[in-house]
Ligand binder design. Structure first.
Ligand code: BTN
Length: 264
């Protein structure tokens, strides 16, 4: 993506105003971490046309070929307790969802905690990484991989992935999508920092939650159980009613949803 053209589209106060565009890079998250030590790093956005070492959650790789997709990472330095940092993934997912809907008109949903989906297929994944002490955050890097103009997926993922161009039936201008996501990210982030929780957009998030009122399988560390997802709390936990009737609050972990990505 051309830096100058993207710069002109981004109309925020701070989110994405500092911009670093690469044709190819190892991982935008890794580059953002290098930049994060800088004193003016808050809001800096690193974006690439392709990645040679794109990373997903839980050590998986993120296929990052050239082809008009978005691979980007934003640096933030929130003054919040480290245990609140995971909520930033949910803040970012609302921003990505709203930015995509605004620029394409396509309805999106959120698969808690970090995927944006449409018609049950993944459009975007978010990888949030933090550096800090037990009581102080140095920085958080939020990486977003968005399938924008890719039309062919590898066999292993073709049944569970889609792209904006596949959904829209035409090529999508990445610049407008990125600029809109930055606009919404800035707005949601500032609200979040004010409240230090998700109260101001709890209803909005729950409306968009694909897991809501669905059977889910929670793959918690050391145990696995099924239940019904009821929504999220103001602290970003997924509320699950287990088969036993017990209400559980899932802070993070793998959750598979019936009908989404093939959980049967
Ligand atoms: C996931 O769904 O597992 C998260 C995928 C996150 C991928 C993005 S692409 C930009 C940024 N750089 C990376 O190496 N990963 C994230």
């Amino acid at each position: 993506m051309k830096e100058k053209a993207l710069n002109e589209k981004i109309k925020t106060k701070w989110a994405g105003r500092n911009l670093e565009c690469h044709q190819t890079i190892g991982s935008t998250n890794d580059r953002a971490k290098e930049l994060a030590a800088g004193k003016d790093a808050h809001g800096t956005l690193v974006i690439a046309d392709s990645q040679t070492n794109g990373r997903g959650r839980r050590g998986k790789s993120w296929i990052s070929e050239q082809g008009g997709n978005v691979y980007m990472s934003i640096i933030v330095k929130p003054q919040i307790p480290p245990e609140c940092a995971s909520m930033l993934t949910l803040v970012a997912s609302l921003a990505v969802l709203t930015g995509i809907e605004e620029t394409t008109g396509i309805t999106m949903q959120i698969k808690w905690p970090n995927d944006i989906v449409a018609n049950g297929c993944k459009v975007c994944g978010i990888l949030t990484e933090m550096s800090g002490d037990t009581d102080f955050i140095h920085y958080v890097v939020i990486g977003m991989g968005i399938n924008v103009n890719i039309n062919n997926f590898d066999k292993e993922i073709q049944h569970k992935a889609t792209s904006l161009s596949c959904l829209a039936g035409k090529r999508i201008d990445r610049g407008y999508v990125v600029a809109s996501i930055m606009k919404h990210f800035e707005k949601y982030y500032e609200e979040f920092i004010r409240y230090k929780n998700l109260t101001p957009f709890l209803d909005e998030y729950n409306r968009k939650l694909v897991n809501r009122n669905c059977a889910v399988r929670v793959l918690a560390v050391g145990k696995e159980y099924t239940g019904m997802a009821l929504g999220i709390t103001a602290f970003g936990e997924l509320i699950v009613q287990a088969k036993t009737g017990e209400i559980k609050y899932v802070l993070s972990g793998e959750v598979s949803v019936r009908g989404i990505y093939g959980y049967t």
